[in-house]
Design a binder for this molecule. Structure first.
Ligand SMILES: [Fe+2]
Length: 136
């Protein structure tokens, strides 16, 4: 069983963003699988780092497209991205320093819930605007 799966209800109506969201879901599932399989700190740390790197580049990409199209809610959207980025960097630091011994189900569930809520709430708000600008 994977932690989550991408479905059409999660589509934000922009192919490039859907593709990246699918990749995020896949990477989060990889982390979940590795935790379930009892993989060691090094393996988990590497997957976590990759997930965070990808998340940051995805956020930057969304922000660039929104910015280029003068999306009116850009600032609020950016704030949500920044807040999550801060939180995951904190988790990453704690994990690598050994202060956090395990990547708990709580962390994985937090990431999953955040991703779902953000995509289905905040991201979907840009769909009509960007689509009207010819971005789909
Ligand atoms: Fe977003």
């Amino acid at each position: 069983m994977s932690l989550m799966s991408w479905n059409e209800k999660m589509s934000v109506g922009v192919v490039a963003f859907d593709t990246e969201h699918k990749k995020l879901v896949e990477m989060l599932n990889q982390l979940f699988d590795a935790v379930q399989a009892g993989k060691g700190r090094d393996v988990l740390g590497e997957i976590l780092d990759k997930l965070i790197e990808y998340t940051k580049s995805h956020f930057a990409y969304e922000e660039r497209i929104m910015g280029q199209n003068a999306y009116p809610d850009l600032e609020a959207h950016k704030k949500e991205h920044e807040e999550l980025t801060r939180k995951v960097i904190d988790i990453q630091k704690k994990y690598h320093s050994g202060a956090t011994v395990t990547l708990s189900m709580e962390v994985l569930t937090f990431l999953k819930d955040w991703l779902l809520k953000h995509i289905q709430g905040t991201d979907k708000k840009y769909t009509p605007y960007l689509n009207a600008k010819g971005i789909r």
